[in-house]
Design a protein around this ligand. Sequence first.
Ligand code: NAP
Ligand code: F7E
Length: 322
Amino acid sequence: MTQAALITGITGQDGAYLAQLLLQKGYAVSGLLPRRSSDTLWRLRELGIEGDVNLIGGDVSDLSAVLRAVKESKAAEVYNLAAQSFVGTSWQQPLLTAQVSGVGAANVLESIRLTDPAIRFYQASTSEMFGLIQAEKQDEKTPFYPRSPYGVAKLYAHWMTINYRESFGMHASTGILFNHESPLRGIEFVTRKVTDAVARIKHGQQKELRLGNIDAKRDWGFAGDYVDAMWRMLQQDKGDDYVVATGLTTTVREMCRIAFAHVGLSYKDYVVIDPQFFRPAEVDVLLGNPAKAQRQLGWTAGTSLEQLITMMVDADMRRVGG
Ligand code: NAP
Ligand code: F7E
């Protein structure tokens, strides 16, 4: 019998790659689609799977809509990827971020509990929960110290997932994913902002690139690799928590160098520091220890930062070049 899955956030970077992966594995894939006045299906279209998924209208902050989607999809696995996921915006819209990225997860958990507690659940937790890091290399046992309303909202969702697992015996897992990027990354995030700018500068359409704190360090991987870890978590005998990361950390500055150098330019000639992109509180460095995911899920990050950034620059060169 065909296995069915429901993805909230199916139109996002990870939602699109996960939908593609599940379709390749033979799943019937449904996705929760919030009402928007503009077209949000471009990623599904770019992967050529827009017509292969069943889109169910609904917002993750609306329990009745989520409940209906869980029932209608007949899902055996539910992946909760819906979020207001941009850290910078979370200071301007802290309550919306709490409703969508925090309470949204409780809506999905509650919908599963009311429909069929045997449905398996994945929560998109994040390295932003580590924030002001309490250990040099962060793993599943490292204490959390979120530094943004986004990180705080995600911490609520994280603990609700653990609480439903412990309270109701649900197969509920959290993936504490470190930054992961791709050609489908939103333009507001720093890697894609840089690779898009590199392509525009190379094509003479942009003169400079204004950035904030380029000394921040991140553990960056490829989103296509990371959605496979999500799926693997739901194939385990029990729900659990896993750090998903590369185990390497790099500055925004070095990431810029790689991106510009790929088209024969020096970032030093184009990057301008603009305080408007500084954050009220910064996460200076993140570095994950993926040993548990390697051991229990057999998962490893297969793409280097150099490969990732050059893949993104190439995609943006094609887009900008028409
Ligand atoms: P993304 O590209 O921003 O996608 C977020 C998705 O959530 C979009 O489909 C968005 O739809 C949807 N969404 C937003 N508000 C919604 C609402 N009220 N109801 C229903 N859907 C809503 O994020 P991503 O990079 O794919 O990340 C996927 C998940 O992993 C997110 O939960 C994110 O917080 C988390 N995460 C990401 C990373 C990373 O580095 N990418 C790392 C750790 C955790 P619209 O486009 O229509 O708004
Ligand atoms: O920033 C610095 C910025 O916005 C990375 C989300 O997917 O990963 C993501 O959150 C770093 C920060 O990602 C600019 O200050 C400098 O230190 O690409 P970002 P993020 O905040 O790490 C986590 C794991 C998530 O869960 C989130 O959903 O880059 N930076 N200059 C800049 N960042 C941006 N966006 N724009 C700049 O101009």
